[in-house]
Write a protein that binds this ligand. Structure first.
Ligand code: PLP
Length: 263
């Protein structure tokens, strides 16, 4: 019997259930793959924000990875919140040690509520150690700017930054335009390993229920890669999935509510 597709998220938890590992597992479930998780950090969080977090001892991150590698067959994996340089480095070592399949790097830095989920001095570690391992890297505009030390003011800037991220070693790049200033549309730029590129445009939805969109996108890409889809198709499917989850919202909490995975 063929093994059921198994995928992995290496990330931080969200006690409120909307982002991080929780969003990843919900997305993976909806995309019909078996989700597993290596927890790097635990956040105390709800829809109002991140109240506190603590990173796991790196040894426990190593042990979680070893547990998976000695039993399961992980076909694709993603990284999310990695907290600080020590943990980024620890995760990189594990990704080199084990074959967890194509890697989607979501270079999580700052939550929508303003909480720093990655220490400022860890950005260089993400850039130098993690991005070169990425099959796909999915920064939003501020993250892309930080990784490449550039300022993006227009679509030409997104294209230039996409190429800069490829020069850092990422095979495929998706720069998410959701933080851009176009009031009507959110335009994402995708640059593939073979040098071809395309734009994905979606109308902006007027909602505060966008908590966990980045996590959900990268988790969906991971699920699609695990089931044999091309990078281009995985990205298009993930964009459509996220767009769907924000269109019909569910009422949970009092702030930036979670996505509706049943939409
Ligand atoms: N909490 C965790 C653990 C995350 O990984 C993320 C995003 O990547 C967030 C919170 C932030 O979610 P958002 O900025 O969508 O509110």
């Amino acid at each position: 019997m063929n093994e059921f597709p198994q995928v992995l998220t290496i990330a931080g938890t969200d006690s409120g259930g909307g982002a991080g590992v929780m969003a990843d597992l919900k997305t993976m479930q909806m995309r019909h793959v078996f989700g597993t998780a290596v927890v790097v950090a635990v956040t105390a969080q709800n829809t109002l924000g991140v109240q506190d977090f603590m990173a796991m001892p790196p040894k426990l991150v190593d042990e979680q990875c070893a547990s998976l590698a000695t039993d399961l067959k992980i076909r694709a994996c993603k990284t999310g919140m990695l907290a600080d340089a020590e943990h980024v480095h620890c995760v990189v070592e594990n990704l080199k040690r084990y074959d967890f399949g194509p890697l989607t790097v979501d270079p999580v830095m700052i939550a929508k509520g303003g909480a720093a989920l990655l220490a400022e001095d860890a950005i260089a570690t993400v850039r130098d150690e993690l991005v070169p391992l990425a099959t796909v890297v999915t920064p939003n505009l501020p993250e892309a700017e930080k990784l490449t030390a550039t300022t993006i003011t227009d679509q030409a800037g997104m294209v230039r930054t996409g190429h800069a991220l490829q020069r850092l070693g990422a095979k495929n790049v998706m720069i998410k335009g959701g933080h851009g200033d176009d009031p009507a549309m959110a335009n994402d730029f995708v640059l593939l390993a073979d040098g071809s590129a395309f734009w994905l445009a979606a109308p902006r939805t007027d909602t505060v229920r966008t908590h966990g969109t980045g996590d959900t996108l990268s988790a969906c890409i991971t699920a699609e890669l695990a089931t044999g889809h091309s990078v281009a198709d995985a990205i298009k499917t993930a964009k459509a999935y996220v767009t769907g989850t924000i269109q019909e919202t569910i009422q949970v909490g009092h702030g930036h509510g979670p996505l509706n995975h049943w939409a």
